[in-house]
Write a protein that binds this ligand. Structure first.
Ligand code: SKM
Length: 167
């Protein structure tokens, strides 16, 4: 099977869905943020603080290209598709699935302290600014091969829909 790439805004459930899906498909999960952290020996927060967002985006693009093209589930970072070349790369190599979650649900999840700390973008933006980012990114996410509306679905139910789409 070609690699499945999960995309979507922070908090949409890429990690939990990706981990579950990889178990069901019996293939390894790869998290792009974690791959960047391993590559650089720094946390995302440290990379943002020391080198800034552009440098992080370069590492992120590199990490996406280092991951397997077959028999894998890849969870991308929330901003990975903003570079159009990343989206077209993933679409050319595998199946890109957008986990679409409405903003109020995302915001509620993202306001938890541990989430804010993991995601430096949230520390510098107001709710209105994050909503603008969400709307802007939605245009990119919508270019995915498949969109799953995840509101009110469990990770298990989302996986069932994904498996149905890719069979
Ligand atoms: O990739 C990380 C990083 O914190 C940036 C980000 C974003 O821009 O939405 C999401 C996270 O997954």
């Amino acid at each position: 099977m070609n690699t499945i790439y999960l995309v979507g805004f922070m908090g949409c459930g890429k990690t939990s869905v990706g981990n579950l899906l990889s178990k069901q498909l019996e293939v390894p999960p790869y998290d792009v943020d974690t791959t960047v952290e391993k590559l650089r020996g720094q946390t995302i927060k440290e990379i943002f603080a020391s080198e800034g967002e552009e440098a992080f985006r370069n590492y992120e693009s590199l990490a996406i290209r280092q991951l397997p093209l077959e028999n894998a589930v890849v969870m991308t970072g929330g901003g990975a598709v903003v570079r159009e070349e990343n989206l077209s790369y993933m679409k050319s190599k595998g199946t890109v699935i957008y986990l679409k979650t409405s903003f109020p649900i995302l915001w509620k999840r993202l306001m938890k302290e541990e989430e804010r700390n993991k995601r430096p973008i949230l520390l510098t933006k107001t709710k209105e600014e994050v909503f603008e980012l969400y709307q802007m990114r939605n245009e990119f996410y919508e270019k995915s091969d498949v969109t799953i509306i995840t509101d009110h679905l469990t990770a298990e139910e989302i996986c069932i829909r994904i498996l149905d789409e890719i069979k």
